[in-house]
Design a protein around this ligand. Structure first.
Ligand code: B16
Ligand code: MG
Length: 219
């Protein structure tokens, strides 16, 4: 019996990955002398800000070069650029079909929570004019572990006041699907079915996401 939905943000509701990448590429070049390429991008999805910096330092073979204080300064510079980029987001940046899907689950009376690793998530939802759809937004600053740990999806269901078995998680990343499954929730993957084979149900893209199909499969 489904009672609520727990959403990932980046890659499910909107595409912020390109802004994360743009901001990191600039900071890596200017502050670290590291030229990142799109292959690095995959490794940043769903990963926290500080862990993203570690991924980039490793890519540039500079793992041990900076103190914690310097790392915070670098991550802050990235975030300043990222925030400038996302400040231009509007409802036009909602991925195809997701507004329709949110309307459908809201009308059906399901609880709706956000489980994004991004500390900027509330700001992004506001830019997309979607804040009112969400009954709960997990604050990633209160978490100990990132995806694939189940913590963020467990918390999402908890905030909705429902059991994990009553929750459906939506994710585009392999680590996110793993997190949903480890939380004991029904996992809906968005993207390549082969890549997201751990999911209970996969849609090729956001436009395909369909409430009736999920209700049927999660029964
Ligand atoms: P911030 P998600 C994640 O969002 C992004 O995929 C990831 O690239 C980013 O590093 C992380 O949020 C933290 O973002 O720097 O804004 O706190 O996919 O979990 O919605
Ligand atoms: Mg994602």
């Amino acid at each position: 019996m489904i009672k609520g939905f727990v959403f990932d943000l980046d890659g499910v509701i909107t595409d912020t990955a390109r802004y994360h990448y743009q901001a990191w590429a600039q900071v890596a070049e200017e502050m670290l002398g590291i030229t990142i390429d799109p292959s690095v991008n995959e490794g940043l999805k769903g990963v926290s800000r500080m862990d993203s910096l570690e991924v980039i330092l490793k890519f540039g073979h500079q793992e041990d070069r900076y103190s914690q204080e310097e790392k915070v300064r670098i991550a802050t510079a990235k975030n300043d650029r990222y925030v400038a980029l996302i400040s231009h987001m509007t409802p036009d940046d909602i991925l195809p079909g997701m507004k329709r899907f949110l309307n459908a689950i809201k009308a059906a009376g399901y609880g709706i929570a956000l489980a994004s690793a991004s500390r900027n998530a509330p700001r992004i939802l506001a830019g997309l004019s979607l804040s009112d759809y969400f009954d709960a937004v997990v604050d990633p600053a209160t978490l100990t572990h990132g995806k694939p740990d189940p913590e963020i999806f467990t918390r999402g269901a908890e905030l909705l006041g429902i059991a994990p078995a009553e929750a459906v998680g939506l994710e585009d990343a392999v680590a996110g699907i793993a997190a949903i499954k480890a939380a004991g929730e029904f996992a809906v993957g968005i993207g390549d079915a082969k890549l997201l084979s751990q999911a209970d149900l996969v849609f090729a893209n956001t436009a395909e996401v369909n409430l009736a199909a999920i209700e049927q499969a999660a029964r």
